[in-house]
Write a protein that binds this ligand. Structure first.
Ligand code: TXA
Ligand code: MG
Length: 330
């Protein structure tokens, strides 16, 4: 299935939209991570996404819309709670699970009666969907099991020759995948943590069920959480304090938090203890989230064998970060 992957400049969105209309696969930036797009209503085009990624067919996709007018093509039954979430958080990094319309091909939803949908915020993504004039399904644009891609170069690292095109847009703003909330039950269920935090959702819709435990039957509700995910090649270990690591590897990577006041002295101490380590200190949770997946990829590229990641408090955006770190360390 090797083919030429077209590099598409941001001012050539019209070309990318035509490719989508022709049933081709095009990767594009969203505010979270790059997505691998195809016509949501064309089962054959959708199939090409699964082939390109090596994605298990039991893992459903997210449909992306550019306006609420496009929603009925995906779902005819949006609950009051879902509408509240849409009004408050769209466009933005929140995906909602709703009952699926019969027009949505079965391979989009992996045979489930529900479908995931979101309206992204990134202008290039919105333009693409608008010009294609149809919803676009898009999983994260990485080979299955690899960290999500937050730059177009990382998309090509995984998918060059396997997809038809990539829009060479900016590095994504958030860096972690969208929050996923199931709105088809009486009480919404948070299936994946993201930049729209549990606290933000609870504020607008009251009680929600969150943090799906490992062995709960709820796991079946979000098929993606069953699969291997977010894994660099290096062994990932969590650390409370980078300064107290007793290193176990040869080529070390370290990522953690330090405010701008403490960062220089901490960096110096780490450098003197671990002269060959690849070290990244972030000054906020936002930056940690934003740089994490690129750091994983960079460490892989230089042959890091053990990657220490500093744990953060499971609160706000910290939950989304810890969720990805837990999985990477599994
Ligand atoms: O930020 C994002 O959401 C990115 C960008 C491209 O929009 N997309 C993304 O897609 O992360 P993907 O395919 O990597 O993750 C989709 C997640 C998976 O965990 C999947 O199991 C879940 O959404 N999902 C999709 N449809 C579902 C459904 N009907 N019910 C429950 N979970 C669903
Ligand atoms: Mg993914």
């Amino acid at each position: 299935m090797m083919r030429t992957t077209q590099r598409i400049a941001p001012n050539q969105i019209q070309l990318a939209a035509e490719m989508i209309r022709n049933g081709q696969t095009v990767a594009f930036p969203t505010e979270t991570v790059y997505g691998l797009g195809a016509d949501a209503l064309n089962a054959q085009a959708v199939e090409r996404i699964f082939l390109a990624k090596g994605r298990p067919s039991d893992n459903p996709l997210i449909a992306h819309v550019a306006s609420v007018e496009q929603l009925p093509a995906i779902s005819e039954h949006v609950s009051p709670i879902a509408n509240i979430l849409i009004e408050r958080f769209w466009p933005g990094p929140l995906t909602i699970v709703v009952p699926k319309s019969i027009h949505v091909p079965d391979n989009v939803t992996a045979g489930l009666p529900t479908v995931a949908v979101r309206m992204p915020q990134e202008p290039l993504a919105l333009d693409l969907i608008r010009l294609a004039d149809r919803p676009i399904v898009a999983p994260s644009a990485n080979r299955s099991g690899r960290p999500s891609a937050t730059t177009w170069e990382s998309v090509l690292e995984d998918l060059d020759g396997r997809i038809d095109g990539v829009i060479c847009g900016p590095q994504t703003r958030i860096g972690l995948e969208s929050t996923v909330v199931d709105t088809t039950t009486d009480r919404p269920i948070l299936l994946r943590h993201g930049a729209i935090t549990e606290e933000m959702i609870a504020e607008v819709c009251g009680e929600i069920t969150a943090s799906v435990p490992e062995n709960s039957e709820l796991r079946g509700r979000s098929p993606g959480t069953r699969h291997r995910h977010y894994q660099p090649r290096a062994r990932v270990l969590l650390a409370d304090n980078l300064n107290q690591i007793q290193p176990r590897g040869e080529r070390l990577g370290m990522i953690g938090l330090a405010n701008s006041k403490d960062a220089p002295s901490l960096a110096e101490r780490l450098k003197s203890r671990f002269p060959l380590a690849n070290i990244l200190l972030c000054d906020s949770l936002e930056q940690y989230a934003n740089r994490l997946f690129e750091f994983f990829r960079e460490c892989d590229a230089i042959g890091v064998d053990t990657l220490y990641c500093q744990s953060v408090e499971r609160k706000g955006l910290g939950r989304a970060i810890m969720d990805r770190l837990d999985r990477a360390a599994e």
